[in-house]
Design a protein around this ligand. Structure first.
Ligand SMILES: [Zn+2]
Length: 310
């Protein structure tokens, strides 16, 4: 993968981790637009990172005037409430998610389904596929990016060749295709999204997780390989999803008992869906995922207690 060079002066990329999605700051003379705000647990760190990234900009640019969320998963909008409280910004969400967010329908927003917390935030406006906006000195066009999340957007700046790809394409893969776990279509949509990204021909990708990258063709090829192997064996996708979700839980819980995890996730539809896919009951599915994570060095078990590692 080639090393990414400098971004345009109005674009700042803050790489986070697997708990919090990356942030992209689009800096203008009168205020800054922030794309995605991370997971609630690390909201204080998010505020500090934003402040540091804008420290040498003129005072008006240091204020976040607008948040735009690519989608409303807990790791992408968990910092919305904190950023809004600090900066008094408006919040823009994908049009398909607007009503659910306005009414704070945690079923439609999938927070109950995934068992992941996200503090409520107000929404001010919606961004629709095909709409454009100016931020960071660039024109950005929103594109629908279903697959990982039917309501997700990716944001493309055609003149600069920059794509904010959310969880539709990372340097190495893409996000879980949640609709497939629920018996709906996701592989087909993800295939189309990879085709869309290829047709946009971005020169650089600012992904939702992991480093930014320029070798887009290679990333698309890796993603296609992974997608087709999962589409050919949906159980494999479900097993992968189960490990990802338990790892995610360990990232934010850090440590908990297996019994506690079972109790906390008892109401999460995700667990029921995945367990059905992999042919286990929900407790057995949790045990299986924990064992797999311990075996691959991503978790450690101490009696009844399981802790994150790495
Ligand atoms: Zn996501």
């Amino acid at each position: 993968m080639s090393e990414a060079g400098a971004l345009p002066p109005g674009v700042r990329f803050i790489e986070r981790d697997w708990l919090s999605a990356n942030h992209i700051l689009l800096v203008d003379p009168d205020s800054t637009t922030m794309v995605d705000t991370g997971f609630v647990k690390h909201a204080p760190m998010t505020l500090a990172l934003v402040e540091a990234a804008l420290a040498s900009d003129p005072p008006p640019s240091r204020r976040i005037g607008r948040i735009i969320n690519t989608h409303l998963h807990s790791d992408h909008c968990g910092g919305n409430a904190a950023v809004r409280e600090r900066h008094g910004c408006r919040i823009t969400v994908p049009v398909a998610s607007f009503a659910s967010a306005r009414d704070w329908n945690i079923d439609a927003l999938t927070y109950r389904y995934t068992g992941q917390p996200c503090p409520r935030f107000p929404v001010d406006d919606a961004l629709a596929p095909g709409e454009d906006f100016h931020a960071g000195g660039l024109r950005w066009v929103a594109h629908a990016a279903p697959g990982h999340d039917p309501e997700s957007l990716v944001l493309f700046a055609p003149e600069a060749g920059l794509l904010i790809s959310a969880d539709a394409l990372w340097a190495n893969g893409f996000g879980i295709l949640f609709p497939e776990l629920q018996g709906e279509s996701g592989f087909t949509e993800q295939r189309a999204v990879l085709g869309l990204i290829e047709s946009l021909a971005p020169r650089r990708i600012l992904p939702g997780h992991g480093p930014m990258f320029d070798d887009v063709a290679a990333a698309i090829e890796r993603a296609r390989g992974r997608l087709e192997s999962m589409a050919a064996d949906p159980q494999r996708h479900a097993r992968h999803a189960m490990k990802v979700m338990i790892k995610y839980r360990l990232l934010y819980m850090e440590s908990e008992t297996i019994a506690g995890m079972r109790a906390e996730l008892a109401g999460a539809g995700f667990l029921t869906d995945v367990a059905r896919w992999i042919g286990m009951d929900t407790d057995a599915a949790i045990d299986w995922a924990v064992d797999a994570l311990v075996e691959s060095g991503q978790a450690v078990r101490d009696g009844e207690r399981i802790a994150n590692r790495g």
